[in-house]
Design a protein around this ligand. Structure first.
Ligand code: ZN
Length: 380
């Protein structure tokens, strides 16, 4: 629909320019035709209430380095909720969240070499970089990287980047990957943040045959289990939700129900590597102590205000390397998607319409998600 509308508008602008009609917006001082912005329908936050509503807005016109994607699926990450609630700092509203985005390429800018119209594309947590030549292969750590929503971004008509709960998306093509044909749209979307965020530290800190602890079994954790097992680890999963135990076992991991730190004591110095996906502050010491000396404990869950306490004596006495990891670079994201496609790693998903987003957010916070909600943008 929007594409047709935009095409009509382009045709009109082109004809108007030829006819010498002064039409203001869409032409510059010299009468040359500017490309029109992209009219979009999405679901946006308007304040810190955590309630989203439908919103019509414009994205920038497709630039020389950009691609336009018709979004086929967008999934819900806990980060969407933290951000819109203001847990990570004040936001500019209206703001469309969503950084797990897949769809069909509908338009390409004139400099774009890596995509053509009709390709299957995926976008994660990054959309651009103001100095791409210096961004390196781990773009997530570049100070010039533009993240997918809520980031100041003068190129966009709203002044900030707007995320993927939307029917169309414009992105610098460097920040899109090809989605392998083996993956359905709904299966591919959650890989764009949850997949790469767990894959990257697993590749860095884990080797085949390792004993691995995955802590917190939601969207990220359940993919972490599947990726680590497929990479040859023996995985033990720690959850506070009893009803997840059967699922965990069905994925080939050992499940431990955690009611208190006493439940962790038997695992002291048992693991080569532990990955925590818990998105709130928690008592880390008994979890850290489960890792062998000189093993790594990696945090990928980000709590309110990014604040997480730990005890230095616990770190000193356990000799565990504590670190945190942020998504992964674009090259690694493409590698992860290929790996999941070929090795059969798939997220467990629940498909929803736009009307169900608010309930889905409540379910994510209440640990009721099983395990990723995927939104159908055709319902907008
Ligand atoms: Zn995310």
């Amino acid at each position: 629909m929007n594409e047709i509308k935009n095409k009509d508008r382009r045709d009109f602008l082109a004809k108007a320019a030829v006819a010498g009609v002064a039409i203001g917006a869409g032409t510059n001082l010299f009468g040359a035709v500017n490309k029109p912005n992209i009219a979009c329908k999405g679901w946006a936050a308007f304040d810190e209430s955590g309630e989203l509503r439908p919103w019509k807005f414009e994205r920038r016109a497709v630039g020389d380095d950009d691609i336009l994607i018709e979004v086929m699926a967008a999934s819900i990450c806990h980060s969407d909720i933290h951000t819109e609630l203001g847990h990570w700092g004040k936001q500019i509203y209206p703001q469309v969240p969503g950084h797990e985005i897949v769809g069909l390429v509908r338009e390409v800018g004139k400099n774009v070499k890596n995509f053509k119209i009709g390709d299957r594309a995926g976008v994660g947590c990054m959309v651009d970089n103001t100095d791409i030549a210096t961004a390196g292969s781990e773009e997530q750590y570049s100070k010039n990287t533009i993240f997918t929503y809520g980031h100041p971004y003068p190129k966009e008509p709203t002044g900030i980047s707007q995320g993927g709960y939307s029917d169309y998306f414009v992105v610098n093509s460097h920040f899109a990957i090809h989605i392998p044909n083996e993956l359905s749209w709904d299966e591919a979307a959650p890989l764009m943040c949850a997949g790469i965020t767990t894959y990257s530290p697993i590749m860095k800190y884990m080797k085949k045959g390792d004993n691995v602890a995955i802590i917190g079994i939601g969207g990220l954790g359940h993919l972490g289990i599947k990726i680590a097992i497929t990479k040859g680890a023996k995985v033990t999963a720690f959850t506070t939700t009893k009803s997840k135990i059967k699922d965990i076992e069905s994925w080939g991991a050992k499940a431990v129900l955690v009611k208190s730190s006493d439940d962790l004591a038997p695992f002291r110095a048992k693991f080569d590597f532990a990955l925590s996906t818990i998105p709130y502050e928690f008592e880390m010491e008994p979890y850290i102590a489960m890792v062998k000396p000189f093993g790594s404990f990696t945090l990928v869950g980000m709590p309110i205000n990014f604040s997480q306490k730990t005890q230095t004596l616990n770190l000193a006495s356990t000799k565990v390397n504590l670190n945190a990891s942020l998504i992964g670079g674009m090259k690694e994201t493409a590698e992860m998607a290929e790996f999941c496609a070929k090795a059969g790693v798939r997220p467990n998903i629940v498909k929803i319409t736009g009307e169900k987003i608010n309930q889905a957010w409540r379910d994510v916070v209440a640990k009721r998600a099983r395990y990723r909600f995927v939104i159908d943008p055709k319902s907008f």
